[in-house]
Every structure is written in C-alpha cells, then in structure tokens.
Design a protein around this ligand. Structure first.
Ligand code: HEM
Length: 235
C-alpha cells in the first residue's frame, strides 16, 4: 500500500507540474492557451474539437486522487490520543521533516474538498476551458478564491510529497545521504517557490482578463487565424 501511495503521489505530482505549465500559457497569449486547450480536445488531430477527451483525462485523474487519498488516510491520526501524541512530539522535537509531514497532512486534508470541486467542474464542463471560458469562471464565476487556496495547498503538498518520496525510497541519495538530503530540501523549496510564483501570476492573468471581459461573459475566444468551427455550440 505504501508503494501504491508513492506511485499515485508521484504520478499526481508530475501531472500537477504539467498542469501548471498548460494553464500558465495564458501568460504567453490568449491564442497560446487556446491552442493548448484545443490540442487536448483533439482539434489538431481530428480537425474538430472533442471536449469529451478532456473529461476522460479528468476521470482518470479523479480516480488517481481518490486512490491516493484513500491510501493516505492510513497515516492520519486515528484518534485524539494519537493526534495529541503527534502534535506534542512535533512541538517538542522541532524536527523540520516532521513539521513538513504535518503540513502535508493538513494540505492533503484540504485537497480532499478543494480538488473534488475543481475536478467535478472540469469533468462536467470540459468545453468551457479556454482563454475567456476560464477567465470568466475565475472572475465572474468567483472561482479565484478557491484557486488561490488550492494553489498553495497543492504546491506545498506536492512539493513536500516529492521530497519525501526521494528520502523514503533513497532516490538521489549518493555517497553522503545527509548532504544530498540538504540539496533535496533546497531543490524542493526552489520548485515550490517557482510554481507558486507561476501559479499566482497565472491566476492574476485570468482574473484580469475575466474582469475586462465581465460584460461579455460566455463569448468565446477564437484566434484571428482560425475559421470558427460551425459545430462548436455557443455556451
Ligand atoms: C485533468 C484534470 C484537470 C484539468 C483538466 C484541470 C484544468 C484546469 C484549468 C483549465 C484551469 C484554469 C482555470 C479554469 O479554467 O477554471 C485550472 C486551474 C487550476 N487547477 Fe486544475 N485541472 C485538473 C486537475 C487539477 C488538480 C488535480 C488540481 C489540484 C489538486 C488542480 C489545481 C488547479 C489550480 C490550483 C488551478 C489555478 C491555477 C492558477 O491559476 O494558478 N487542477 N485547472
């Protein structure tokens, strides 16, 4: 079960890195984010977009999140005595890795709820992803508060998780484990800060576009070089 938890955690961690790069293409341009969205809808393969392809991917990620969360619950303090024992030891020892585990527990618990809402939206309305579709949701749909909290929760949880995987399975250990653990921790914090800054800039961009587009909610963005797809229904 530990192996399954590590494998599902690794897959989700790497997925989140990809996910953040895809949604942050809005920082390049609306056309760039449109192209990435249409790519995942199969537009460049089939000549028309099939948002159902994204729903299938979301369903796969949802199952992975549920398996990972179920396996992780084994590590939660099972009763008040265990909880008190853990918090007491943590405060007493002041051991950084133990505190990191505590943050991973808290952010994991938060993601039970935050990720579920987001994934259900993406599962049921994959066709509403796009420069204006996403920006309208983030601003006029008032999704930005949940994205702001979820951004910190997932980047902390994923960053700590990948670091703990390396320590747990001895990856990158080298001849001097203590030195490589120090390097791993520095890499972990550098990646966490990088993805938080990228995520905040991305969220800011969707909020700005959404605010400027607030009187035209529902209008789709189509790049000037694309002939609109007559089959694509307006929302
Ligand atoms: C295949 C599954 C997923 C898809 C298709 C997806 C799609 C998207 C899209 C299109 C956005 C841009 C905003 C919007 O359109 O509402 C977004 C934002 C976001 N998603 Fe996902 N997502 C997926 C899974 C996840 C998971 C599992 C998590 C975390 C547990 C997550 C966390 C976030 C966060 C934090 C943002 C805000 C990013 C930012 O602006 O900084 N997503 N997602």
């Amino acid at each position: 079960m530990d192996l399954a938890q590590s494998a599902s955690g690794l897959a989700l961690g790497l997925f989140m890195w990809g996910h953040m790069f895809f949604v942050s293409t809005i920082l390049i341009s609306k056309d760039a984010m449109w192209a990435v969205t249409k790519f995942f809808e199969g537009y460049f393969f089939f000549g028309t977009a099939y948002p159902g392809v994204v729903s299938a991917v979301v369903a796969g990620v949802l199952v992975l999140v549920m398996v990972h969360a179920f396996l992780a619950m084994r590590k939660f303090p099972a009763n008040y005595r265990q909880y008190r024992a853990f918090t007491g030891h943590r405060a007493l020892m002041g051991h950084e890795d133990t505190t990191l585990w505590w943050w991973q527990f808290l952010t994991g618990f938060a993601l039970f709820f935050l990720a579920a809402v987001h994934l259900y939206q993406m599962l049921m309305h994959p066709g509403d992803i796009g420069p204006y579709g996403s920006a309208d949701r983030v601003w006029s749909g008032r999704w930005w508060p949940i994205y702001l909290v979820m951004l910190f929760a997932v980047e902390l949880h994923g960053g700590i998780g990948l670091y703990r995987l390396c320590v747990k399975w001895g990856w990158f250990e080298g001849k001097d484990p203590a030195a490589s653990r120090k390097r791993l921790k520095t890499a972990k914090w550098a990646l966490t800060v990088f993805f938080l800054v990228l995520g905040l800039a991305t969220l800011g961009a969707y909020m700005k576009i959404g605010y400027e587009h607030r009187d035209l909610v529902g209008e789709r963005h189509t790049p000037s070089w694309v002939v609109p797809d007559p089959k694509e229904k307006a929302p």
